[in-house]
Design a protein around this ligand. Structure first.
Ligand code: NAD
Ligand code: ZN
Ligand code: ZN
Length: 356
């Protein structure tokens, strides 16, 4: 039994369940779990749909996924129960389920707040059930603290998309006034990257495909848009967009295909940084050794963010600096969202409302 709980927590709830690799998701009633001593139970109101949820359903990655699985890791809601060891979060507080549901807290990485590389993490919607259900469990140390003045639908995508791109921009070492190329700029992570970059005083070169994405990117503050589907020479177009023609100071790779990972070292400025974030299945990064050495190019990975990054990313949002487009649809229609995502037809984020 939880140490403390709201009186109206039901025994059963609606959820979207992946029952077999490749899906589809099945909308059904399942039991509500009880939080352990160091956990909280959150009544999820809204949950953003990340491309990672689709990778999880399809089994794209070299990392085993739980089955049956409740996906979702951008879940924002209200704390309704807490375990006996939890003292610093109250019933009724706003909180969020993010990708890193929990970590060991004692390894060398956790001790240094690099918990995303903990060797034994619990991953929401991947190794433990996530937020595509009405009640989800999170380790109290890791759930995101959401201020009461935040709108729970709008804040949900900050828990993965916002946090991840904010951390990646910090990892890029780009300083105010510099140029950053955002590859996959019209998608979920991309639209937030454009907003965080703008708030951080950076120029952005948005790269994506199609008129809809171009429109969205320019509205979100992109300095230039380069269409990967129609450009005759992406490398030349991206370099041209960087002011002095020497190429962007940093590249944030958010795309879900391999090709842009190979291209980035051709247009990044000498001494520039390429930050890999997107996770296309079975993909490799290839860069010429000669150019990487003599142009002193940095190529690195960036994976979500720690608890402090989470608090900072939410604070940018709370101050009204981050407004990316989103569409709220019923939890029951999650499969339709995946179908649109597969076609690359989503600009910004879709968010499921767990009330229907
Ligand atoms: P999304 O489907 O919303 O967006 C992907 C975008 O990439 C789309 O707009 C698509 O048109 C665009 N794109 C495809 N090919 C392109 C190309 N060749 N050039 C430029 N743009 C191209 O996906 P999302 O939710 O934003 O997630 C993006 C990726 O990031 C996924 O692989 C996801 O798993 C990964 N991800 C990584 C982390 C991390 O911590 N590293 C966190 C969250 C998500
Ligand atoms: Zn995600
Ligand atoms: Zn650890």
């Amino acid at each position: 039994m939880s140490a403390k709980a709201a009186s109206d927590v039901p025994k059963e709830q609606w959820a979207q369940v992946v029952e077999q690799k490749g899906g589809p998701v099945v909308y059904k009633k399942i039991p509500v779990a009880e939080p352990g001593p160091d956990e909280v139970l959150i009544n999820i109101k809204y949950s953003g749909v990340c491309h990672t949820d689709l990778h999880a359903m399809n089994g794209d990655w070299p990392l085993p996924v739980k089955l049956p699985l409740v996906g979702g890791h951008e879940g924002a809601g209200v704390v309704v129960a807490r375990g006996s060891l939890v003292k610093d979060i109250e019933i009724g507080d706003y909180a969020g389920i993010k990708w890193l549901n929990g970590s060991c807290m004692s390894c060398v990485y956790c001790r240094q707040s690099a918990e995303s590389v903990c060797p034994s993490p619990a991953l929401s919607g991947y190794t433990v059930d996530g937020s595509f259900q009405q009640y989800a469990i999170g380790k109290a140390a890791h759930v995101a603290r959401i201020p009461k003045d935040c709108d729970l639908a709008a804040v949900a995508p900050i828990l993965c998309a916002g946090l991840t791109v904010y951390k990646a921009l910090k990892e890029s070492n780009a300083k105010p006034g510099m140029h950053v190329a955002i590859v996959g700029a019209g998608g979920g992570l991309g639209s937030f990257a454009l907003q965080y970059a703008k708030a951080m005083g950076l120029h952005t070169i948005a790269i994506d495909g199609g008129e809809d994405k171009k429109q969205v990117c320019l509205e979100l503050g992109a300095t230039t848009f380069v269409d990967f589907a129609t450009s005759k020479n992406i490398v030349a177009d991206v370099k041209k967009a960087s002011g002095d023609g020497l190429g962007p100071d940093a590249v944030i790779l958010l795309a879900v295909s391999e090709k842009p990972f190979q291209q980035a070292s051709e247009y990044v400025r000498s001494k520039g940084t390429i930050v890999c974030v997107g996770l296309p299945g079975n993909a490799f990064i290839k860069a010429p050794v000669f150019d990487t050495v003599v142009r002193e190019i940095v190529i690195k990975g960036s994976y979500v963010g720690n608890r402090q990054d989470t608090a900072e990313a939410i604070d940018f949002f709370r101050r009204g600096l981050i407004k990316a487009p989103y569409k709220v649809v019923p939890l029951s229609t999650l499969q339709d969202v995946y179908d649109l995502m597969i076609k690359g037809q989503i600009s910004g984020r879709y968010i499921v409302d767990t009330a229907n």
